[in-house]
Ligand binder design. Structure first.
Ligand SMILES: O=C(O)CCC(=O)C(=O)O
Length: 281
């Protein structure tokens, strides 16, 4: 085990160095620089001044603009009691174990969704997050297409293909996406607000302790304003990361003992991506 750990560390240091600081580029890289310095070594970076020409940067901070542009378009909104969709929570019938909880997904006209998301104080115990994925920007939000570039040319040239999916997330300060593993090259452009990321390189995947958890789904009752959490029947297991990098109070010691490769290993890369910046991950 010790030899394996040394190997993982060596691989990480070779491609990423020892710092967990994420490099910021003042200007977009050329395709060759992007490929050589970031894509090949699996190294994240933040690219500034790469989307100045997107109308979205000046238009989207206006609630009125978004609501008018999308009109009564129906969008999918993910509802949870805490802003954490697709995350591990206590199992509904055996709280000493965990299950994988998905959000209650509701379709509604964009202006309703927007108000639910942007007025969290009005909806105590209900956090709404537009996080549909599945290429939702090019389907549900097609009316906003001309506000952004259809693809990012230096990335397309470096990677050799156009984006397979383009997604849009609209959330508030409670919106949180659980630690997870993606299989894709990602460019995450922040148009308004900011997003905080914790990142691990692909060679650290063993430190996520991916295990099967029974799938459950939140169901939201509009009349009572309450959620129930129901296990899927028949039972289905979802492989999910066991680590919560932000340890909930009171579970620290147990989790640290249970997942030593994560908690005793190198810290994740950490960054805050601001409006107008693109994170490559
Ligand atoms: O913005 C989010 O909440 C999720 C982003 C995400 O899952 C990702 O970039 O892989």
């Amino acid at each position: 085990m010790e030899e394996l750990e040394a190997l993982w560390e060596e691989v990480r240091e070779l491609s990423l160095g020892t710092s967990t600081h994420i490099e910021r580029l003042d200007l977009p890289p050329s395709p060759v620089e992007f490929l050589r310095n970031f894509v090949t070594p699996n190294k994240p970076c933040i690219i500034c001044n790469a989307m100045e020409h997107w109308p979205a940067l000046s238009l989207w901070p206006s609630d009125d603009y978004l609501c008018q542009a999308l009109g009564s378009t129906e969008v999918s909104v993910h509802l949870t009691p805490n802003g954490r969709a697709d995350s591990l929570v206590p199992h509904p019938t055996d709280p000493s174990s965990l299950c994988f909880a998905s959000a209650h997904v509701q379709r509604m006209p964009f202006p309703d969704a927007f108000h639910l998301i942007s007025d969290p104080d009005k909806n105590e115990n209900l956090v709404a997050y537009a996080q549909q994925q599945n290429d939702c920007f090019r389907t549900e939000y097609g009316a906003l297409a001309s506000d952004c570039e259809a693809h990012i040319d230096w990335a397309t040239e470096a990677l050799g293909y156009l984006p397979e999916a383009v997604n849009l997330w609209i959330g508030n300060n409670l919106s949180e996406t659980a630690f997870h593993k993606d299989h894709y090259e990602n460019l995450y452009a922040v148009v308004n607000g900011e997003k905080h990321f914790l990142l691990l390189p692909p060679t650290d995947v063993h430190r996520l302790y991916i295990c099967p958890y029974p799938a459950a789904q939140y169901s939201y009752c509009q009349d009572t304003g309450n959620f129930s959490l129901n296990l899927e029947d028949p039972v289905r297991y979802v492989p999910w990361c066991s680590i919560n990098p932000y340890l909930p109070q009171g579970r620290d010691k147990t989790e640290m003992d249970e997942f030593p490769l994560f908690f005793n290993g190198p810290k994740p890369f950490e960054c805050t991506v601001k409006a107008g910046e693109i994170l490559y991950l």
